[in-house]
Design a protein around this ligand. Sequence first.
Ligand code: SF4
Length: 315
Amino acid sequence: MNWTVQNSDVSNVYIAPTFHCINRCLNCPLSNHSDSTSIERVVDRLTYFVSKMKLEPQKIPIEISGGEPFLWSDIDHLIQNILQMGFRPITFATTSQTMTSSTVERLQTIFKMASASPVFFVTLYSHHSQVHNGIAMRPNSWQSRIRGIRLLLERGFNVHLKFLLMRPTVEGLLDSVEFVHSEFGCPGVSVGFYGVDYSGRALSYMDTIGIKYTDALPKVEQAIDRCESYGLPVSINTIPLCLVDPFYWKYLAAQEITDGNTLLITPTGVDFLSQFDSVIHTDACASCVVQNTCPRMWNSYAQVFGTSEISAIKA
Ligand code: SF4
């Protein structure tokens, strides 16, 4: 654990109160884990770091993730504590599959009282249910996820749909955008295209899911154009900038270019994680003018496909 991190180095907080989930997604590093922590422990740790490191919660984004955070029985209690401490903005990484009308109604009340608007990040592998369920490794994952997304939108919450660039998902990206537009419309919905960290069991399935950035990006650019035509907010995430047509750089997600460390609270402990621990600098990056703002390349991607696609951007 890096206890030498200073308050000014902490750029965001990430809490995974439970590793438990109902899916077994191929690329999830936690799919064989189900540990949970206690509400007392999470709140103690947060309080300690806020006072010890003099964090200013109102300037620090906080993400509540998992596993599936809404399977954790104390999630309401945690949200109320976080709101009271003042952390903003608040995002959730959720499957949305466990959402019920009463859960969403409760969340609406909690956030309304605090005048806060969270964003729910939901990975939708594809508009195609069989493709999605095959990657999530759970029958009906797609169906219950779509229902959960609808419930959140109906209560006025913002939902960010994550599309990961895998071989079976990239081919249908345009259809996925069409699906999002026709199924959910635009208010409250945004879309992001993400390079994949091939973690969990993903490396065993590379013949099926692996795809090079250079093969995927033409489809991503078409999908961005289609989002634009519908007025659907869109971003690109965790893709090396030198592979993206400069016209599309304006879609780079803002969080991709935040320096600093993540304060990580999970069932297995507390740690400080550098934002770039899982992504690499290639030799070419050393002479690149955007090396400090580029999301760079997942280490796991480089292990499989190498770094030959990368070339430095010169002034
Ligand atoms: S050379 Fe490296 S830093 Fe520059 S755009 Fe490519 S991946 Fe990013």
